[in-house]
Write a protein that binds this ligand. Structure first.
Ligand code: PEP
Length: 253
């Protein structure tokens, strides 16, 4: 069997102003991830163009953290997929739990954004996640299946080939979170893999990369990446410093 491609990215969230983001991008510019690893960074909008320019000849992929589904118009404060593409970014995070939790994003708006991203050649990284209540009531799987089915509704085989999904338990994200145990992640991902096969169709050969995110660190990254149904990780805090990020990426080889 071919060795799987491993995706490792870091979402800078609302950190790093333009000067700090440029410095971080410069620190990453000469970085060459190990073979089989695709690294990406998600800077804030204010530095998307600069970071994309600095990393344009680098294998490190640049993606936005969010987008709006209309191309243009009277949507004060929003940023569209064509704007992101024009900045030189090729990826976009959609439906991060912080957006669902604090900014009213729903499964339906996630689907609108995924379709708009694909229409403009961006690779959507769709985040799905169960809350602590859902986890404790034992309904994580139902929530994740629903979020995935709606996010990917109406996509073609060609679209599926460009999408990534990240399982990010809400209870595992951020400084108050605790990392999900690897056996639990394995169980969830195996079931999600079946859901995605149902979505792409029984005859589809597309394997949508399925990442894990939530308190990933140097201490646990290898445990997650070693799981057969985990195709990479989405990292927050532990990857914000370029030196730490490069070390994390290198550690999975
Ligand atoms: C995230 O917010 O997507 C995330 C994974 O954060 P952290 O790694 O800091 O838990």
């Amino acid at each position: 069997m071919d060795q799987k491609t491993v995706w490792i990215g870091t979402n800078w969230k609302m950190n790093k102003g333009p000067a700090e983001a440029v410095a971080a991008a410069r620190a990453l510019a000469a970085f060459r991830p190990p073979e089989g690893v695709r690294a990406f960074v998600n800077p804030p909008f204010t530095s998307l163009k600069d970071v994309s320019a600095i990393l344009q000849d680098s294998p490190v992929i640049v993606g936005a953290q969010n987008m709006f589904w209309e191309d243009s118009g009277a949507w004060t404060g929003e940023i569209s997929a064509p704007m992101i593409a024009e900045c030189g970014a090729s990826m976009v995070v959609i439906g991060h739990s912080e957006r669902r939790q604090h900014f009213g994003e729903t499964d339906w708006t996630v689907n609108l954004k995924v379709r708009a991203a694909l229409k403009h050649g961006l690779r959507p990284l769709v985040c799905i996640g169960d809350t602590l209540d859902e986890f404790e009531f034992g309904v994580s799987q139902e929530t994740l299946a629903r979020q995935t089915k709606i996010a990917l509704h109406g996509l073609s085989q060609g679209d599926f080939a460009r999408v990534l999904v990240a399982y990010e338990p809400v209870w595992a994200i951020g400084s108050a979170g605790r990392p999900a145990e690897a056996p639990f992640v394995s169980q969830i991902h195996t079931k999600l893999r079946a859901v995605m096969q149902e979505i792409t169709g029984p005859d589809s050969t597309v394997r949508i990369p399925l990442l894990y995110g939530g308190s990933v660190s140097q201490a646990n990254i290898r445990d997650y990446v070693a799981l057969p149904d985990v195709d990479g990780v989405l990292i927050g805090r532990a990857g914000w410093e370029p030196a730490d990020f490069m070390k994390l990426v290198d550690s999975v080889s």
